[in-house]
Design a protein around this ligand. Structure first.
Ligand SMILES: [Cu+2]
Length: 151
């Protein structure tokens, strides 16, 4: 009985570790990662942001020392993908917002480092209410089979 319980607890904590998430106040950042095609970039950043608070919060900027960043929104019209810069990404209260291909994402450009699959890069997400949240972006090639984008 005890043995089974210990195994269950171990599995649960392992799962949390593997989930790769960061939290501050009411904001939880799940699996921040950067997908690249060529090692010099540009590359897009994706993650799931959960707002457990009772007020809307906004991601207003991303700060790194390895690249320039912009917040982007992409949409498809008549089969053509258009990307445009946005001033913020809104996270409604008690909701999760996924930054993923085909919608809001972070655009990284002018890299000062070479991207390679499996490395982690430090950065900060700045929110209007929650303030600065430090995260580690996991770097993945676009071809990665282990695709967590839909999380
Ligand atoms: Cu973009």
């Amino acid at each position: 009985m005890y043995k089974a319980l210990i195994i269950v607890l171990f599995l649960v904590s392992t799962k949390i570790g593997a989930a790769h998430q960061f939290q501050k106040d009411h904001i939880n950042i799940n699996h921040p990662h950067i997908k690249f095609v060529i090692s010099s970039g540009p590359a897009a950043g994706y993650m799931k942001i959960v707002n457990m608070g009772f007020e809307t919060d906004r991601l207003i900027k991303v700060v790194t020392d390895f690249a320039d960043t912009e917040l982007h929104y992409s949409s498809v019209e008549n089969g053509i993908v258009t990307m445009s810069k946005v001033d913020f990404i809104e996270i409604p209260p008690q909701k999760a917002k996924s930054l993923k291909p085909g919608t809001h994402h972070i655009m990284f450009s002018n890299f000062s480092i070479e991207l390679s699959h499996g490395i982690s890069l430090e950065g900060s997400l700045v929110f209007e209410n929650a303030g600065e949240i430090k995260v580690l972006f996991e770097v993945e090639t676009q071809k990665s089979i282990d695709d967590h984008t839909e999380h």
